[in-house]
Design a protein around this ligand. Structure first.
Ligand code: KMH
Ligand code: ZN
Length: 275
């Protein structure tokens, strides 16, 4: 059954430098302003990476807690913290992200080449993340960078049970150099593999870089949801830098409306994910 569209904004990420991308929200004030404006446009989930005073990626526990509290106070967005962090972050710090008690946290389902780097996600680490989220009533967003990650997810659920609340939601992160390509054919293949996962599993999709539009259209036309933001896309059209996260959310909302799948409200998004 086709529903409205869950729109997640991923405003910052850990990869782009503020000097190269001045519009990137890196302070708490910048993040809150972005969050409020994206919520007003139609976003219902925010995928959060934070930065330190030098705008470098950090998993500082105090800042994470402050960020979760501030987002809850200023918005009704579902707050999803990244447990992926930066490729250099140690596993202990990534697990400790859960101590900040977000509504959701990402849980990447396997190791993937990540440009010239490696985004390491060992099986035992994934199991730790999954089971700690079960214990703490945090809903995972299973991040799928390659098709085999779906097989790993099936194995995880078979061996360790459903996530908190019982609803399985995945995000296909497509077009990372080293992961699956951001094409319609790949998204259809990924979506078909969801048949092996529990009934009612939902997915969103993210096309990194140039694959943004292809993935967005493919996801809308196959009943999927959307993640957009400057974590994934810093070029709006060829040669034109993204001006703000709002510009990307507005574009996603426009496409969703054209597809007659308007953005879910935050209340509807909670019903979808936490039912
Ligand atoms: N920054 C990437 C290495 C996540 O947020 O969980 C990992 C990432 C995935 O962004
Ligand atoms: Zn992320």
């Amino acid at each position: 059954m086709t529903t409205g569209t869950l729109i997640t904004v991923a405003p910052t990420g850990a990869e782009s430098a503020k000097e190269q991308v001045p519009a990137l929200p890196v302070t708490l004030d910048e993040l809150l302003l972005t969050a409020k404006e994206c919520e007003a446009l139609g976003a219902s989930v925010i995928h959060v990476h934070i930065r330190d005073d030098q705008a470098r990626p950090t998993l500082d526990q105090g800042r994470l807690r402050e960020t979760v509290a501030a987002l809850r106070e200023s918005t009704d967005l579902i707050v999803q913290l990244s447990s992926g962090g930066a490729v250099t972050d140690p596993e202990a710090d990534r697990l400790a992200v859960l101590d900040a008690a977000p509504d959701m946290a990402s849980c990447t389902m396997g190791t993937v080449n990540f440009g010239d780097d490696v985004f390491l996600n060992r099986w035992e680490f994934i199991v730790d993340l999954h089971t700690r989220m079960q214990e703490r009533s945090i809903l995972p967003e299973y991040e799928i960078f390659d098709l085999g990650h779906l097989t790993a997810l099936q194995r995880l659920l078979d061996r360790h049970g459903l996530p908190y609340g019982g609803h399985v939601h995945v995000d296909f992160v497509m077009g990372v150099p080293g992961g699956m390509p951001g094409t319609t054919a790949t998204l259809v293949a990924a979506q078909q593999m969801l048949r092996d996962l529990p009934a009612g599993t939902t997915f969103s999709a993210t096309g990194v870089g140039r694959s943004t539009i292809a993935v967005l259209l493919a996801s809308l036309s196959t009943g999927g949801h959307l993640r957009v933001g400057m974590e994934d896309t810093v070029t709006y059209t060829k040669g034109r830098p993204v001006e703000s996260n709002m510009q990307l959310v507005a574009r996603a909302v426009g496409f969703a409306q054209l597809a007659q799948r308007p953005p879910l409200t935050t209340t509807e998004a909670r019903q979808l994910l936490f039912r």
